[in-house]
Design a binder for this molecule. Structure first.
Ligand SMILES: Cc1cc2nc3c(=O)[nH]c(=O)nc-3n(C[C@H](O)[C@H](O)[C@H](O)COP(=O)(O)O)c2cc1C
Length: 456
């Protein structure tokens, strides 16, 4: 089962720990796909695939100018699909091929797909393209080199400008992203690694290559990253603010289940959609995200540390386990307020207990305890109310020492638990309120994060 299809189990306790870090200094732990630890400066190829769930099918790259450099790798043919996908998303694309690349695939393919002439010769006698390397260098919003050979990485790392592609990169101030593809020994060669280090330190970015069977017949690391992931990376770089970079955001989501006996529990209708939307948007805006979720049918978002819990007690344990790492805590989970005082060991048999009485007790008030400990962390809560929305939300904001509260009228039509849309009132610690009209939860997540980033 692919990672994105994996669902959070109801009883299974999984910690999907691999947060490819946004900050370069963070170390990256075990990777969910079982790949070996990545170097911190590599972008995780799958970290952006959550974009798909956010802006699938939209012409999100309309008006964006992308220069695609294709180099002499056996994977050069895959660049044709990259051009198609970029065009589909509305981007304008120019392709520059190295001379070696033209041995693998014809320029005509790229000219046809990009609807622009493909450039491969710096010293063309065609007047129109003689200074193209300068005009394209200034034209591009982003330069993507995919596939990138060890050779191109080495040349750019050493300031060599001896063909159309290297000269254009040298003359451009645009962001440059490499998607390397090469033999496993080439990739692990210290010379190549030093070149990557050097370029990374200068702000060039790398999309990690994948494991698998390589063209040379060996198996190892070196395959070009998945095409969709490469395109997502470009999309991310061109369309999202990176305003949460360097921040760790802890989000709680969904409901909790408080057991009555072996087969029954007390819970609520929270689906996790709002919390998951917040986690995804925080992630694409550059945050490291830890998502602690109760039972949900939502797929585990890629690139997010996702921890599955069941009860309020487990939620509390996990929240405080990660508390010290978080700069921002968004408590979007609808944690049960009450639980059965005693949990029956087996199944309560209907024949034996006709009208069983279940005594309830309070569950831990996680938000209150977070408020007491918060220090300079930003704490955001949700108030799901059916009456006196504003007054109850304000009371909660004060009692729990929140910086922001998102107040929902869960009795409202089309909004609230389980719905894809939400309507809310944001109230900050000064008591200033902002009405958010009915909108998709993913858009509301953007608005909530816009407010959070303004705090302090
Ligand atoms: C069949 C074949 C496949 C190759 N595949 C790769 C590759 O995937 N990655 C790589 O770094 N070099 C590969 N090379 C070597 C490059 O083509 C060679 O280093 C060339 O000088 C790269 O030129 P360029 O970077 O200007 O495109 C391959 C060579 C051949 C003959």
């Amino acid at each position: 089962m692919g990672m994105t299809e994996k669902e959070v189990g109801m009883t299974e306790k999984i910690e999907i720990a691999t947060l490819p870090s946004v900050t370069r200094n963070d170390s990256i732990k075990n990777d969910i796909r079982g790949r070996i630890a990545m170097r911190p400066h590599f972008l995780h190829a799958t970290r952006y695939s959550i974009l798909d769930t956010i802006q699938r099918g939209k012409k999100v790259l309309k008006g964006k100018k992308i220069l695609l450099g294709v180099t002499g790798s056996i994977a050069a043919y895959k660049a044709a699909e990259i051009v198609s996908l970029l065009k589909k998303k509305g981007a304008e694309v120019f392709v520059i091929m190295t001379e070696s690349a033209t041995k693998f695939i014809q320029p005509l393919t790229f000219s046809t797909l990009s609807e622009n002439s493909t450039l491969d010769n710096l010293f063309s006698t065609n007047d129109k393209i003689v200074v193209k390397h300068i005009s394209l260098a200034q034209w591009a919003d982003l330069i993507l080199i995919a596939p990138a050979t060890a050779n191109i990485v080495g040349k750019i790392a050493h300031g060599i400008a001896d063909d159309m592609l290297t000269t254009t990169v040298m003359a451009s101030k645009a962001k440059v992203i490499f998607a390397p593809a090469m033999n496993k020994n080439m990739i692990s060669n210290p010379l190549y690694q030093q070149n990557v280090e050097k370029l990374s330190a200068l702000g060039y970015e790398f999309i990690d290559s994948e494991y698998g069977r390589l063209a040379c017949g060996e198996t190892g690391k070196g395959r070009l990253a998945n095409i969709e992931d490469i395109v997502d990376t470009v999309e991310y770089a061109l369309t999202f603010k990176n305003d949460f970079q360097g921040k760790t955001v802890l989000v709680t989501a969904s409901c909790t289940r408080e057991p009555i006996d072996k087969v029954r529990f007390i819970s609520n209708y929270s689906s996790g959609k709002m919390g998951f939307a917040l986690a995804k948007i925080a992630r694409v805006r550059g945050a490291r995200v830890i998502l602690i979720t109760g039972p949900t049918s939502l797929p585990v978002p890629t690139g997010i540390t996702t921890i599955s819990i069941e009860s309020a007690e487990e939620m509390k344990k996990e929240v405080f386990k990660y508390f010290s790492e978080a700069d921002i805590i968004i408590s979007a989970a609808a944690v049960a307020d009450f639980r059965p005082k005693e949990v029956f060991a087996g199944k309560i048999k209907k024949e034996k207990s006709k009208n069983p009485l279940i005594e309830l007790e309070r569950t831990p008030d996680i938000l209150y305890e977070l408020g007491k400990k918060k220090g300079d962390k930003i704490l955001v809560g949700f108030a799901a109310e059916t009456e006196n929305l504003a007054a109850n939300a304000l009371k909660k904001l004060k009692e729990k020492k929140l910086d922001l509260i998102v107040a929902n009228d869960i009795s409202a039509k089309e909004a609230g638990f389980g719905s894809d849309k939400n309507r809310a009132r944001l109230i900050n610690s000064k008591g200033t309120a902002q009405e958010l009209s009915l909108m998709p939860k993913i858009d509301m997540a953007e608005k909530i994060l816009d407010e959070i980033i303004k705090i302090k």
